[in-house]
Write a protein that binds this ligand. Structure first.
Ligand code: DGJ
Length: 708
């Protein structure tokens, strides 16, 4: 059976992935309706699926709020609309009329379905897109709107897709909330009989929520049970509305923009929403996460097969006090630890000696770098490391030459305060001249200095988001800003194919599938305290793979929390992602430097398992511990188990961890002890990793399959 099939007799489309099916049809009113999303079906079996009948039938009920592929504002619909438009004459209700459909294979192993509609009267085309790939159960969906008329119209809401879940009792919603330096707090709670809105109104993805959801019927565990989940590929404001209708159905709709934002669509203009991808898995939350991780590696990341280097970042070591001499000394120490990429963070440019000035003036500070960046970069390259640099292209300090020259380049309204956050204002990247200016200096900077890596930061939320001088600017900017941001990054990457980029927004403010599709790794949080980091990484890893999760080992007491955690524990926590070092190496003792060098070298032996393997959360954070994760290579040849035990209560038995998904008949050798274990014992009965007595105990167990 091909990946997309159609039963003309019943009008049913069936999307098939390796383990799942998704079925839909167009109903008698012309609206695209959902039939099923779950375990795999044949086309004949899918023909039996019916949209469940609505519970209440009265003049107040209207169409069921769950069960449509893109519920519109129009007709007797009273749920959360995925599509709301205002036509030139003020009319709002959209009426579906089917035009046709197309299926094709844009690339080997990829199939696409486009269902084409238009409004019955007004000049608006709406096309629903579905894409499936061999080797993943993730289904990508998005919507294309086209104004085919001669007058402008306004799109008040354009979600990428709505997803309907099969009728079940007791759905639960999993999602993350957070704040700066405390991102990724995982919640798992019953879906209320109401509308639940997850959103960012900040113009960025945000630290406060992340655009993904997982739903289960109240019975899934880490290892068992059905989970339906979806993630949005967009780095601006967004909204996902989950609804449980009064008649017990559950569905959610999601897309770019928050309440009150709108998108002007001029005559002949087309708007493509970002993808809102979804996956059904039957193997608990762990399987759902692994499905996302594999999908991100196969279809999102630009360089999935590379191993991310061990980097050093100067931020916590020097703050804004960056100088050529200081950086040379740090670089010399870093390379001795085995660092492969040396990154100079904030403070290297313009009048930037603290956060009050200089943003926007992207030339090396003369006092600190009298001969520019080249001598330092040459030295870093001579030491055998790659060179990376921090930039924050979307920002300006009012105390900067850029702002003095272009005060109109920032988001603002004419008669409103320009609210500063961290003493900075947001450049209006929606303006092509601003985006082109950013691209011009960035591409020059990278080319002139042979820069290998950029850390692209963004340190404040939008406020007074206006674009004076352009009639529809205040509405357009929410979308255009992100599109131009993507355009600048895409152009930059095309100019410099060897350039690698880290996505950062004051930590985890811009972690999403849109950002990851054009960067190589992300900075999940400014909180580098290893204890807090365990739960931040737990939240991050629900959707995003470890190979994108930068993790620094920094100094103690931790700058943010004041907590002192042993070096080994800090390393073991950071080894669960892309290991990096962010401490002031001048202050590390010779013993600490020696231990660090040993741990870096240990990490290099196992990073392919972490960065490219499958994650199994053996024991989550949240109780007395321990917390443990296991990574397994795709061929099951090697596994790495990381265990962190913060403060065990006296008398608690030593933890026994049952490993997952090993080759069942195989035996595995512990590379440290040399002991050989049967997979059947490791999985069925478990191991008890040797943890030192006392607080902050941690271990890394590397298992290699024994042949024969
Ligand atoms: C916020 C980032 O998350 C930090 O790592 C650092 O780069 C600072 N910005 C620099 O201003």
């Amino acid at each position: 059976m091909s990946a997309i099939s159609f039963d003309p007799a019943r009008g049913v489309w069936l999307l098939s992935t390796a383990r799942t099916s998704y079925a839909l049809r167009v109903d008698e009113t012309g609206a695209p309706c959902h039939l099923g999303w779950g375990p795999r079906l044949t086309l004949a079996a899918a023909g039996e699926l019916r949209t469940p009948p609505a519970g209440e039938s009265s003049s107040f009920a209207g169409r069921p709020a769950a069960g449509e592929e893109l519920p519109v504002d129009g007709g007797a619909r009273y749920g959360a609309p995925s599509l709301r438009v205002r036509f030139a004459d003020g009319t709002r209700a959209f009426e579906w009329q089917q035009v046709g459909h197309r299926t094709w294979e844009p690339a080997p192993g990829t199939a696409e379905l486009a269902l084409e509609f238009r409004d019955r009267h007004y000049p608006l085309d709406v096309t629903l897109h579905y894409r499936v790939h061999t080797g993943t159960d993730v289904i990508e969906r998005w919507t294309v709107l086209r104004n085919t008329g001669r007058e402008p119209l306004t799109v008040l809401r354009a979600d990428s897709a709505a997803w309907t879940l099969p009728p079940r009792d007791g759905y639960r919603l999993s999602h993350v909330t957070g704040q700066w330096s405390a991102e990724g707090l995982l919640h798992r709670e019953p879906v209320p009989g109401a509308e639940t809105v997850l959103t960012s109104r900040r113009g960025i993805t945000s630290h406060h929520a992340n655009p993904w959801v997982m739903l289960d019927a109240g019975d899934a565990t880490e290892d068992r049970g059905e989970v339906w989940s979806a993630a949005l590929a967009w780095s601006g404001s967004w909204q996902i509305t989950v609804q449980r209708t009064p008649d017990g159905r559950t569905a959610f709709t999601g897309g770019a923009g928050h309440d009150g934002t709108a998108l002007p669509l001029g005559p002949g203009e087309e708007h493509t929403t970002p993808p809102f991808a979804g996956v059904f898995t039957d193997g608990g939350f762990g399987a759902a996460s692994r499905a996302w991780h594999a999908y991100v590696r196969a279809h999102v990341l630009p360089h999935p097969d590379e191993l991310r280097p061990v980097l050093f970042n100067s931020w916590e070591a020097t703050g804004f006090g960056v100088s050529e001499q200081g950086q040379r000394e740090l670089a010399r120490r870093a390379v001795e630890l085995g660092v492969e990429l040396y990154v100079v963070d904030d403070g290297w440019f313009g009048g930037r000696r603290d956060d009050t000035a200089g943003l926007g003036d992207w030339t090396p500070a003369e006092k600190s770098f009298p001969n520019g960046l080249t001598p330092l970069i040459d030295e870093v390259h001579r030491l055998g490391m790659r060179f990376g640099l921090w930039v924050e292209p979307e920002m300006v300090n009012p105390d900067s030459d850029l702002y003095r020259a272009h005060p109109d380049w920032v988001l603002h309204f004419p008669h409103r305060t320009r609210t500063e956050l961290r003493n900075q204002l947001v450049l209006n990247f929606a303006r092509d001249d601003v985006a082109d200016w950013a691209h011009a200096w960035l591409t020059r900077l990278v080319a002139d200095n042979g820069i290998d890596f950029l850390k692209w930061d963004m340190n404040r939320a939008f406020s007074e988001a206006g674009w004076p001088g352009r009639e529809d600017g205040h509405d357009l900017l929410w979308t255009r800003y992100v599109q131009n941001l993507y355009r600048v990054i895409d152009r930059l990457r095309a100019d410099h194919p060897g350039l690698r980029i880290e996505a950062c927004s004051g930590g985890g403010g811009r972690v999403d599938l849109g950002a990851l599709s054009r960067t190589d790794q992300a900075w999940p949080s400014d909180n580098t305290d290893a204890a807090d980091r365990v739960s931040i990484q737990h939240g991050y890893g629900q959707i995003y793979p470890a190979g994108t999760m930068a993790a620094w080992v920094t100094d103690v007491p931790n700058q943010l929390t004041g907590r002192t955690v042993p070096l080994r524990y800090r390393f073991h926590v950071a080894m669960a992602g892309v290991l990096a070092i962010g401490g002031d190496l001048a202050r590390w003792t010779p013993e600490e430097l020696a231990e660090a060098a040993e741990l870096v070298s240990e990490y290099k032996k196992v990073r392919h398992i972490v960065q490219h393997g499958a994650l199994h959360r053996l024991r989550g954070p949240g109780d007395d511990g321990p917390t443990a994760v296991q990574y397994l290579t795709g061929d099951s040849q090697e596994a790495l188990v990381l265990v962190w035990q913060r403060a065990p209560r006296h008398g608690t038995p030593r933890p026994v961890l049952r490993l997952a998904a090993l080759a069942p008949e195989a035996r595995y050798r512990d590379t440290r002890t040399g002991e050989v274990h049967h997979a059947s014992v490791l999985m069925g009965y478990g191991i008890s990793p040797e943890l030192p007595i006392g607080d902050w105990a941690s271990a890394a167990v590397h298992l290699v399959r024994v042949e024969g």
